[in-house]
Design a protein around this ligand. Structure first.
Ligand code: IPD
Ligand code: CA
Ligand code: CA
Length: 261
């Protein structure tokens, strides 16, 4: 069965990104999936474009897409699609969002692309070959201490109703680092770790399409990427993520494990 090339993912991400760019700063039809989890008509348009384009070329492949759910196919070939990561930002006209596309062969993430249409930044990676930003290789930060680290995290959509709300972790890291940002797009958070803009990223209660592409990009840029328990399979449920250069990954793990509340 035919496999995609990295250039296929990049072309798809750029085209979907132009749909996001065209809809940016306009009035949207917002629907609520839960109290604070929303979706706009642009998420759906970009996803429909991606699904149609992938199935035209790779009709037997299996796809996991945020809005449509599962498109059943041969799961030796799995695509992970987030047509608009950062949708709350998008609905508030905050220009921090992206398209995220990953491809796994026999459960191994092989290709990844994350496209930020507002900055025209395309992050890509191919397993074993490296990670790039606009074609230039990227590398994780060389900082080795938490004190010199700028971290990023996010909070789950069900945080009003769960004690697994990440607030205690946030507090602990905020008091041991240069700061902890909350940008609102997990795929970009991971790419920024790969590019050395942030030293590390952690988040809980995510979905496979939030982390698949950014995870491979961060790994190929030199990060250690695991779930928050330190396990290597970060796309299987329950999805959580911890990405940082390996020395810092260890230090972040220790902070996450030091829960006393
Ligand atoms: C969300 C973003 C956000 C993260 C949420 C995700 P969406 O994805 O990545 O940063 O904190 O957990 O669900 O809904 O914008 O695609
Ligand atoms: Ca997402
Ligand atoms: Ca999304």
């Amino acid at each position: 069965m035919k496999k995609p090339k990295l250039s296929d993912l990049e072309k798809l991400a750029k085209e979907a990104g132009s749909i996001l760019r065209a809809g940016y700063n306009k009035t949207h039809q917002v629907e609520y999936k839960s109290t604070i989890d929303l979706v706009t008509e642009v998420d759906r348009q970009a996803e429909e474009f991606l699904l149609k384009s992938i199935l035209d070329k790779f009709p037997e492949h299996h796809i996991l897409a945020e809005e449509k759910g599962v498109v059943k196919g041969n799961n030796d070939h799995i695509w992970y699609i987030d047509p608009l990561d950062g949708t709350v930002n998008y609905a508030h006209n905050i220009p921090i969002f992206c398209v995220s596309i990953a491809y796994a062969y026999k459960r191994d993430l092989r290709l990844a692309t994350v496209y930020d249409p507002m900055r025209d930044e395309i992050f890509s990676a191919e397993r074993g070959k490296g990670a790039w930003l606009n074609g230039v290789p990227i590398r994780v930060s060389q900082v080795t201490t938490l004190e010199r680290s700028l971290l990023v995290t996010g909070f789950p959509y069900d945080m009003w109703n769960t004690s697994n709300d990440n607030l205690a972790n946030y507090g602990r890291f905020a008091k041991q680092t240069q700061g902890v940002r909350r940008l609102g797009a997990a795929a970009l958070d991971l790419c920024y770790v790969g590019a050395g803009r942030f030293e590390g990223f952690w988040e809980t209660s995510l979905q496979p399409w939030d982390v698949a592409a950014g995870g491979l990009i961060a790994e190929e840029a030199g990060a250690k990427v695991t779930d928050m328990e330190g396990e290597g399979d970060y796309v299987s449920y329950p999805v959580s993520i911890l990405a940082a250069p390996s020395g810092l990954h260890k230090k972040m793990m220790e902070v996450l494990e030091s829960k006393d509340d």
